[in-house]
Ligand binder design. Structure first.
Ligand code: ADP
Length: 730
């Protein structure tokens, strides 16, 4: 235990202590990006703001300083439903923690307040409203406080999409505490205005804002255009029968219908929407969290405050209203960092449905206009052929570097493309000839050569473009127009009834200066797992039993990531188990032996595959020494393993990171001067060709570059050449 200290003292020794706690309590051997900085700022008494994606590991940013600093750490969170989970997770690690909120009886609240006064808690979770109680404030003023953490800090800001006035007023109230401790604000969603607002309110110097961006590298995004959505879902869910998933529908009716279908088909399914009684909703939520039911079908009423970390897929049954809510809902997948899918099933009538919902809403006119604008961006997402996460990051103006993900439905496309320049020119010139005053529907009719009344009344049947695309269906033409909007050749404006206008890129297409390519091939199938799935299922069932006995959610015991580590490494002793990600000494004490047993039994009846030597990888390599070397240690671990002769795939599996991350590690090490045989990635001719293509184009993005290169030039190869030759940072 220690008191907050000055910057200089937060040095190597302190970081060693923080890293030891990370290992001992949480079972991780290195910090995720940004965690170390936030911890360092907090320990040196600088108020800070952490902007990290969902699943980025925000809790550890305040939990580790909370363990190190004297006094109780107060965590303010507007999500009452999450508090119990967080407290369960801490107590399961042997850390004294509790929450006080309106879900408790007065007697329970009083009891906990008394314990608080006695200094019996290291962590206390509260909702903002709690600070309105004079008795509570008196207690806070009279006890030593380690820090104050503001979870979901965007709710403090009036610019945040979830603004809560009671959260904002908290800050003024807190200032009454005579010895106010260091404060740390955390959020996954923050625009520039929100960041500035939080900084101002909490007095946070810009140097202490840590923004790791929005990117969620473990999520694979897919857009699937289908009419038979229920069939698609039934099939997908059957293939993933051991995984938890959420299916979001746009309306209650859709949720009910889909639930009936899937339930009848014998799937483990429950449902949640605002039309159900509170009791029913609670039951459904509990059944999903406790894994009695693996599949949740819900409207957007479900999810706020759901912290289930092992949701393996989120499917949107139809297109949501905007990218903000899509990313938030889809982002409920894979909080534990494991590979997960986010699938959006799209059909053109979704656009009409969303327009109808906006029109029916009670929003003021200017708000409605904003919603139409957002809906247009969402529609563009469904039609783009660019990398999907890149599209989202661009939308949020995320500051991080853009690298095509390689795993979304657009990146995974088999590469077959067709030249659609001619068709694009037909559409664009038709839009122009119609005076840039109409939407996709009418333009499609004209191109189809429809004898629709409106076409005739405007005399569009006299245009040279009338009937120019009659070999296509009207729907195909409309879809193609949407594609042109998504790709930036047409601007659809921001109104309820989008009016098509040509962009500057359209002029280039019309002049024949750029070509328009459209993907036509199929999306490749999924990758395979590298562990025994039956054993994983056995461990999952065991986890469920243990969780039931302890009355905590299963993922509080061990995350899916840790169970998979167990299946990969097949540990047979405490020592072997402790090197696994997510197993610290504290966790082992409680659950280690229970989970070793089925592994031994499994080994008796199966021929064990060669086990990756997890222990040797982490022990033989340099340990992280200070915050600034966090990234280095991690990339050197991968590098060393590579030099030891392991393949990129094996290193990725051993370290539970993606192959792309391993490659980045290797490139970083090579760039820093570690000996690296670049010829493993490309030969001289390939290097030359890539450099020439890169020099010929102003394009910074990888995808256009890849498209300009001959077949067989992979993203990895291109990245390696660009990094080696200084065109790209790692
Ligand atoms: P957030 O609050 O940012 O959504 P959490 O704090 O819930 O994220 O963390 C998400 C997951 O990442 C948890 O399972 C957590 O244990 C894990 N995690 C956090 N820090 C690390 C780390 N340094 N290494 C590996 N896993 C981590």
């Amino acid at each position: 235990m220690m008191f907050p200290i000055s910057d200089e003292k937060v040095g190597v020794a302190m970081f060693k202590e923080a890293t030891d706690l990370l290992q001992e309590y949480f079972g991780y051997d290195s910090f995720r990006p940004g965690q170390d900085s936030v911890i360092q700022y907090t320990l040196s008494s600088h108020n800070s703001l952490a902007i990290m994606p969902t699943g980025g590991g925000k809790s550890i940013c305040y939990q580790i300083p909370g363990l190190m600093l004297d006094g109780t750490a107060i965590v303010i969170s507007p999500l009452i439903s999450l508090m119990k989970d967080q407290v369960d997770a801490l107590t399961s690690l042997g850390i004294p923690a509790t929450y006080i909120n309106s879900s408790l009886t007065q007697a329970e609240q009083d009891d906990r307040l008394q314990q608080l006064r006695k200094g019996n808690y290291q962590f206390l979770y509260i909702a903002p409203e709690r600070l309105e109680s004079a008795a509570f404030m008196n207690t806070l003023s009279s006890i030593p406080l380690a820090l104050i953490a503001f979870d979901e800090a965007h709710c403090i800001s009036q610019w945040g999409h979830d603004f809560r006035p009671s959260y904002r007023s908290v800050v003024a109230t807190l200032k009454q505490i005579p010895s106010l401790p260091v404060m740390v604000a955390l959020t996954a969603t923050a625009t520039k205005e929100v960041i500035q607002d939080i900084q101002q309110l909490l007095n946070i110097n810009p140097n202490y804002v840590v923004n790791t961006g929005f990117a969620r590298n473990n999520l694979s995004f897919h857009v699937v255009t289908r009419q038979d959505r229920t069939d698609y879902i039934s099939q997908y869910v059957r293939n993933r029968q051991y995984d938890s998933g959420i299916i979001y529908t746009a309306t209650r009716k859709q949720a009910d219908q889909l639930y009936d279908r899937l339930e009848k088909a014998g799937l483990s399914v429950t449902k949640y929407h605002a039309g159900l009684s509170e009791d029913k909703r609670k039951q459904a939520q509990q059944a999903f969290i406790n894994e009695e039911k693996l599949l949740m079908i819900a409207t957007n009423a479900f999810g706020m405050g759901i912290d289930k970390s092992n949701v393996r897929y989120v499917i949107h049954y139809s297109m949501p209203m905007n990218i903000e809510s899509y990313y938030q809902e889809a982002g409920r997948a894979g909080r534990d960092g494991e590979q997960s899918d986010c699938i959006l099933l799209f059909s053109r009538q979704d656009i009409q449905l969303q327009k109808f919902l906006i029109e029916q809403s009670n929003l003021e006119e200017h708000k409605k206009a904003q919603e139409y604008k957002k809906l247009q961006a969402m529609t563009n997402y469904c039609h783009t052929s660019s990398c999907l996460p890149t599209f989202i990051l661009d939308y949020f103006q995320d500051p991080s570097e853009r690298i095509d993900c390689g795993s979304c439905s657009n990146c995974q496309h088999d590469g077959e493309r067709a030249d659609r320049t001619k068709e694009a020119q037909m559409v664009l010139s038709c839009v122009k000839r119609m005076g840039e005053r109409f939407g996709a529907g009418l333009v499609a009719k004209v191109l189809k050569g429809s004898s629709d009344k409106k076409v005739k009344s405007f005399r569009f049947d006299d245009l040279t473009t009338y009937g120019l695309m009659r070999q296509y269906t009207e729907k195909e033409i409309t879809n193609f127009i949407h594609f042109l909007v998504a790709e930036g050749y047409l601007d659809a404006g921001e109104d309820r009834f989008p009016i098509l206008k040509l962009t500057t890129a359209a002029a280039d297409v019309l002049k024949g200066q750029i070509q328009v390519w459209m993907k036509t091939g199929v999306v490749k199938s999924e990758a395979q797992t590298d562990y025994d799935e039956a054993l994983f299922e056995e461990l999952r069932q065991l986890r469920r039993q243990v969780a039931e006995e302890k009355a905590v959610p299963p993922y509080v015991i061990f995350s899916d990531a840790t169970l998979k580590e167990i299946c990969r490494y097949l540990p047979t002793s405490e020592q072997e188990m402790l090197v696994l990600k997510g197993v610290g000494a504290k966790k082992f004490e409680q659950y280690g032996e229970i989970f070793l047993e089925p592994v031994s039994a499994w080994l008796e009846t199966h021929e064990a595959p060669p086990r990756p030597p997890a222990a040797s990888v982490s022990s033989a390599l340099p340990k992280k020494e200070s915050s600034s070397s966090t990234g280095e240690a991690s990339h050197l671990v991968s590098y060393q393993a590579f030099i030891d002769g392991k393949t990129i795939a094996l290193i990725a599996a051993e370290r539970s990171i993606t192959e792309r991350t391993v490659l980045t590690h290797l490139l970083k090490a090579g760039k820093e001067g570690q000996p690296l045989d670049w010829s493993l990635f490309f030969n001289e001719e390939e290097e030359q060709t890539i450099i020439e293509a890169r020099t010929d184009s102003d394009e910074q993005k990888l995808k256009p570059l890849k498209e300009a290169l001959p077949e067989g030039y992979t993203y990895d190869m291109i990245r390696a050449v660009l990094v080696k030759n200084g065109f790209m940072e790692v």
